[in-house]
Design a protein around this ligand. Structure first.
Ligand code: R7I
Ligand code: MG
Ligand code: MG
Length: 349
């Protein structure tokens, strides 16, 4: 079935919010039995229960800032985006931000600050954060820039406002590239999708800084490419256990331990999987599977949601889920506006 471009845009942002909202329940849990996940999700469909709205966390709060900044400035403006992050944090500091990033957000609020990238560079003894906070909010970048080189560039800059370690901002680049390819319909050929991501990330990780960060942090050379190769290997296996996915790809708060994982969740759930309800479509499977990995569930589901939503489109998201998630409707509007901006742009922008 062909999914319209507008539907893909809306699906991406809305599923990202849904992933964040429904994933909050299990964030930080080590063992999340699939039963509990399915119970949590079927609870959303039960209107009589009415245990209220699931609130979004920092993931969505910052994603909204990125989208609103891109819309207002009609493209990337670091000053404006930084100001929005700082303001959002000061208005709602209790959304579950990472322990380190709050220092950056406080510094970004200072009107005297001239270099908005400076506070991020001071993190973690001067190397910068490798957390997934840049990646979790990267989707809107892919909804503005048509050109893959621009997606790469601005996803990196957008993340550097809080994450100056290459592992942090390259995670955002990978996430934005995955959303970009998914919007183009590339998930129809999963092998091509993963091969394209590897080729792109080989270019990205060639960079001097990326190489030296990998060395200093005792990681493999081309760390994202290495993980993406593991994703490929897991895709080729007939059966993959949750334990294996966690062991090979991770489920943690570091971008390297969560962005390739989110990509795997999407690829793995393109087909029906044992243990997941037969009436589930691919998007529901992706969200459920992301939660079942445990660890940084809100963020992995948010990133997997953004990629999967761009593939399946808005109609794949159950209404009953949408209605229970704070900010889902707002994300729909933002996506419609981003789509308008996207289609008015010429190839050079
Ligand atoms: O990356 P960040 O915005 O956090 C995002 C996560 C998501 O799961 C959200 O849902 C929310 O729960 O938080 O925030 P940072 O504080 O930059 O990074 C997150 C954590 O990663 C830090 O608090 C550290 O524990 C760890 N971390 C590091 N630890 C040691 N050395 C990140 N970078 C480093 C590092 O360089
Ligand atoms: Mg969060
Ligand atoms: Mg999280």
């Amino acid at each position: 079935a062909s999914v319209s471009q507008l539907s893909r845009f809306c699906g991406s942002l809305v599923a990202s919010v849904v992933g964040d909202c429904v994933g909050g329940e299990f964030e930080g849990a080590e063992d999340v039995p699939l039963d509990r996940v399915l119970q949590h999700l079927s609870g959303l469909e039960d209107e009589t229960r009415g245990d209220g709205i699931l609130q979004y966390s920092d993931d969505t709060a910052m994603m909204r800032c990125v989208a609103q900044s891109l819309l207002t400035r009609m493209g990337f403006d670091e000053q404006d985006m930084a100001r929005r992050f700082a303001k959002e944090y000061s208005l709602a500091p209790g959304r579950g931000y990472g322990a380190g990033v709050v220092q950056v957000l406080r510094k970004l609020a200072s009107p005297q600050l001239s270099d908005v990238f400076q506070p991020a560079r001071a993190q973690f003894g001067g190397r910068g954060s490798f957390g997934n906070g840049g990646a979790m909010r990267a989707a809107p970048i892919a909804l503005v820039y048509r050109n893959i080189a621009d997606v790469r560039k601005y996803a990196g800059f957008g993340a550097m406002l809080t994450h100056s370690c290459s592992l942090g901002y390259n995670g955002a680049v990978l996430q934005a590239l995955a959303v970009h390819l998914s919007l183009q319909g590339d998930l129809a050929l999963p092998q091509n999708f993963i091969n394209k991501l590897i080729l792109e990330m080989e270019e990205v990780e060639k960079d001097e800084t990326a190489r030296s960060d990998a060395k200093v942090l005792n990681l493999a050379e081309f760390p994202y490419c290495a993980r993406l190769h593991r994703v490929k290997e897991l895709m080729e296996k007939n059966s993959v256990s949750i334990e294996e996915v966690i062991l090979e790809l991770g489920n943690g708060i570091a971008a390297l331990e969560s962005v390739p994982t989110a990509i795997f969740c999407v690829l793995h759930c393109l087909e029906p999987r044992e243990g997941l309800p037969e009436h589930y479509g691919g998007l529901e499977r992706t969200i459920a599977y992301s939660l079942a990995l445990g660890g940084d569930t809100d963020t992995i589901a948010c990133m997997a949601g953004a990629i999967a939503g761009a593939h399946y489109g808005i109609s794949a998201i159950p209404q009953s889920w949408l209605k229970r998630c704070e900010g889902a409707e707002e994300a729909h509007h933002l996506a419609e506006r981003l789509y308008k901006l996207y289609i008015t742009q010429t190839e050079e922008v």
